[in-house]
Design a binder for this molecule. Structure first.
Ligand SMILES: [Zn+2]
Ligand SMILES: [Zn+2]
Length: 172
């Protein structure tokens, strides 16, 4: 992935004023391959930046299409991931400070890392095809979003019959 630079000359020339921008950014599939996902399009980064007191404030929303695998039922589904990005970039005076990515390089800033960091933070720990995905039956393995089976009900019933405490309770 090549670094994406955002030209901020306009913001530097109009200090204290918001400059709106929209950029597309190609994201590396490696970012989400561990979760079994892939990007279906470039990310769109849209927002504004503002230069003031030798600092650049970036406020944006990123949206990107994802094709991923549901953590519960294993079905593939598409989803649009939207997350905010907010970062302050500072002028780089100390040339030895290469640690920080939030520096201003003359008239541009690099936004890849800010975007990918925020993407990873905003990824839900579980990717679900829908909020109330019923998942797979633990017994017969059928996708409970499409099939109704009574396996779990039967198992619960068997467990109840097996439980001596319940038997006593029933005798009363
Ligand atoms: Zn699902
Ligand atoms: Zn079942």
């Amino acid at each position: 992935m090549c670094a994406m630079l955002l030209n901020i000359l306009k913001a530097k020339n109009q200090q204290g004023q918001k400059v709106e921008f929209e950029q597309s950014l190609a994201l590396d599939n490696d970012l989400i391959s561990a979760k079994g996902g892939e990007f279906t399009c470039d990310a769109t980064v849209k927002g504004y930046y503002l230069y003031e007191d030798e600092q650049l404030h970036l406020v944006a929303n990123v949206s990107v299409g994802l094709l991923c695998v549901c953590d519960k039922c294993g079905e593939k589904f598409e989803k649009t991931l939207v997350f905010p990005v907010e970062e302050t970039f500072v002028e780089q005076y100390d040339l030895h400070d290469n640690e920080s990515y939030s520096i201003i390089n003359g008239t541009s800033i690099k936004i890849d890392e800010v975007v990918t960091d925020n993407l990873l933070l905003s990824l839900p720990t579980k990717l679900l095809c829908k909020e109330d995905c019923k998942g797979l039956c633990q017994v017969c393995g059928k996708n409970k979003n499409y099939y109704t089976c009574h396996c779990e009900q039967i198992q619960q019933e068997l467990e109840r019959l097996d439980n001596p405490f319940d038997k006593l309770k029933n005798r009363r």
